[in-house]
Design a protein around this ligand. Structure first.
Ligand code: XMP
Ligand code: MG
Length: 182
């Protein structure tokens, strides 16, 4: 059992669980992209930890690139309008692009990003998300092809996910104690 950070109320997914989920997705991607021209695009900053593990579990040749986006609006709710803060360095025309995301909530951020990337004419465009916060009665704006696991409608931290830029380095995913917010 790993040591739990004092600010963490509950561990949702342990390091061991996460590692086996990521390996499973990596194996699937390795098969699906065996004869493709794969480019992984991670969305900064939350997806870096997932990206690091995922790319090492994929066996076919691949390239990586990064994008950073910032959401317009009050910051607590997804507005669906995002600004590209850091664009790709690579040309993705005719390549098989897989967006790597930490967490899919409403899906509005990725919907916007995918629309933007489609204008660059990739051969294919899919999404791999570590977590999918699927809320009953609510439709997500996009359908991810690869999902490590579903997660409850709570604010989660760890494994790349932050609260005020902290906790990204925790090797597990957890829920914070309420007093940390106040
Ligand atoms: P949408 O709703 O557009 O937003 O899919 C996804 C983005 O919102 C952030 N997000 C979270 N970040 N813990 C976090 O650290 C969470 O529980 C959480 N829920 C949403 C995240 O930046 C993601 O890319
Ligand atoms: Mg994110």
């Amino acid at each position: 059992m790993e040591t739990q950070h004092p600010d963490v109320e509950k561990i949702l997914f342990s390091e061991t669980e996460i590692q086996s989920m990521v390996k499973r997705i990596g194996k699937q991607i390795s098969e699906d992209y065996a004869d493709k021209d794969l480019v992984l695009i991670a969305v900064l900053r939350g997806a870096v930890v997932f990206m690091g593990d995922l790319m090492r579990s994929i066996e076919c040749p691949l390239a990586i690139d990064f994008m950073a986006v910032s959401s317009y609006g009050d910051g607590t709710k997804s507005s669906g309008v995002v600004r590209i803060v850091k664009d790709l360095d690579m040309d993705i025309k005719d390549r098989d692009v897989l967006i790597v995301e930490d967490i899919l909530d409403t899906g509005l951020t990725l919907k916007y990003l995918m629309k933007n990337l489609l204008h660059r004419h990739p051969a294919s465009l899919e999404v791999a998300t570590f977590l999918w916060k699927d809320v009953e009665g609510r439709e997500t704006a996009i359908e991810p092809k690869y999902v490590c696991t579903h997660c409850p409608d709570e604010f989660v931290i760890g494994y790349g996910l932050d609260y005020a830029e902290r906790y990204r380095n925790l090797p597990y995913v957890g829920i914070l104690k309420p007093e940390v917010y106040s």
